[in-house]
Design a protein. Structure first.
Length: 134
């Protein structure tokens, strides 16, 4: 079974080597159009599935042609938009929408105190009175 997996990855790598940037861009834009237009596209993998190429080939093409990562990020943003809208309009379960958005890299707003690094800003010294033995 392990040899089957090894062969599949090797074939995926060789397959990516046969693609020109122009051919890959056509396929990636097909995936982007699906992600942007289809309510059935809820993850990047749905868009890849629509193109009928192996998932490993898609990601190997990004390694070969880093400019394709921009299109993959556009696919991801289209998915994020759909999930966000579905959660806000209660078309999707809001809790699951939040979970999925976080899985796709979205995060809660975080604020950091950069002026005091969390230290007390009151400059009054703290004086501890200790009762002396009589």
């Amino acid at each position: 079974a392990m040899s089957d997996i090894d062969t599949r990855f090797k074939e995926g790598n060789r397959h990516a080597e046969k693609w020109s940037l122009e051919d890959a861009e056509i396929l990636f834009y097909k995936a982007f159009e699906f992600s942007n237009d289809s309510d059935d596209c809820l993850c990047v993998e749905d868009a890849i599935h629509h193109t009928k190429i192996p998932y490993s080939t898609f990601y190997n093409l990004i390694k070969k042609y880093p400019v394709l990562d921009n299109i993959k990020n556009d696919i991801k943003k289209a998915v994020l938009r759909r999930i966000n809208k579905g959660g806000l309009l209660a078309e999707f379960n809001p809790a699951m929408s939040i979970w999925r958005l976080k899985q796709l890299g979205e995060h809660d707003v975080q604020k950091t105190d950069v002026t005091t690094n969390g230290k007390d800003v009151n400059n009054t010294p703290i004086i501890n009175f200790v009762k002396a033995d009589d």
